[in-house]
Design a binder for this molecule. Structure first.
Ligand code: SF4
Length: 283
């Protein structure tokens, strides 16, 4: 007979990151949240998805963390902004979950990607999960906006095989309008990763009228090319798959009427990155 208590537990596995998840950690006392953040023994995950082919090399398990301090106008996962929307998960449970996939991930040249939200909002938890994966011989990728990169110690970086670094805009004012935050710390983190020769894949979201300014894209391209550790750039065309989340969360969505970029616009952005000498793709 099924245990009803188990049946009521939210599943860690989601069919896709576009699954709306709210209030899953709401019952966790504030003091427990503070302890979790301080020790890193527990974190808050939106979900795990398996079989991703777009979040790093090979086939990957992706752990989507809850919590983000940015407010990107084009965010397709606004339900990951609040940590209380995530499922409380111990490091042991996350490692157990990973253990199930370790052999398959290796066979498919894949690994674990930690994305979000912004993973470094819970950097101690994230580092422990990365370390657990690293110790199992699993390739690890961190998908981050880089703002809290300074929270990672040098030995933490040793557990990361690849950083998927989101570069959103070059001009500081444009970046602030787009995300609500400064881009200085992200660029600083990028330089630090370059100093360590830690492989980076740059992710750039192309939004008509917001991030498609040729000169701005050119600055990002030349910066990325100058780092010397950027293995590839992914130009990600803006889409509306997350729009329903903004509506369901009653958040004002400034891009409700924005269309995805046209194929020529995507090709033009790719050309700018390629002209800087970067291996560039688009999904
Ligand atoms: S950094 Fe990522 S999760 Fe945070 S608001 Fe921007 S797109 Fe959304």
């Amino acid at each position: 007979m099924p245990d009803s208590r188990v049946a009521q537990e939210p599943s860690l596995e989601a069919r896709s990151p576009y699954e709306l998840r709210v209030d899953l950690g709401k019952g966790v006392p504030e003091s427990d949240v503070r302890t979790a953040l301080a020790t890193g023994d527990m974190g808050f995950l939106h979900s795990f998805t398996t079989g991703s082919a777009v979040d790093g090399p090979g086939v990957r398990v992706v752990a989507w963390t809850a919590g983000c301090q940015w407010r990107c106008l084009y965010c397709h996962n606004p339900d990951t902004w609040a940590m209380s929307n995530g499922i409380p998960v111990t490091v042991a449970r996350a490692a157990e979950q990973l253990g199930k996939y370790r052999h398959g991930l290796k066979a498919m040249n894949g690994g674990l990607t930690i994305s979000g939200g912004e993973p470094l909002m819970q950097h101690r938890f994230v580092v422990k999960v990365l370390r657990a994966a690293h110790d199992m011989g699993i390739h690890t990728a961190l998908d981050s906006n880089g703002y809290y990169g300074h929270r990672l110690q040098e030995e933490d970086l040793d557990t990361i095989s690849l950083v998927l670094l989101d570069l959103k805009a070059w001009d500081p004012e444009r970046h602030r309008r787009l995300t609500g935050m400064e881009n200085g710390p992200t660029l600083e983190f990028a330089r630090r990763l370059a100093d360590r020769r830690l492989p980076v894949w740059v992710r750039f979201v192309l939004v008509p009228g917001l991030t498609d300014d040729e000169a701005d894209v050119g600055h990002i391209a030349r910066f990325a090319a100058g780092l010397g550790n950027v293995e590839r750039v992914d130009v990600l065309p803006f889409h509306q798959m997350g729009r329903y989340k903004w509506e369901r969360l009653s958040q004002p969505y400034a891009l409700a009427d924005t269309q995805p970029p046209t194929p020529p616009a995507v090709a033009a952005a790719i050309d700018i990155f390629r002209a800087a000498g970067l291996n560039t793709f688009s999904s």
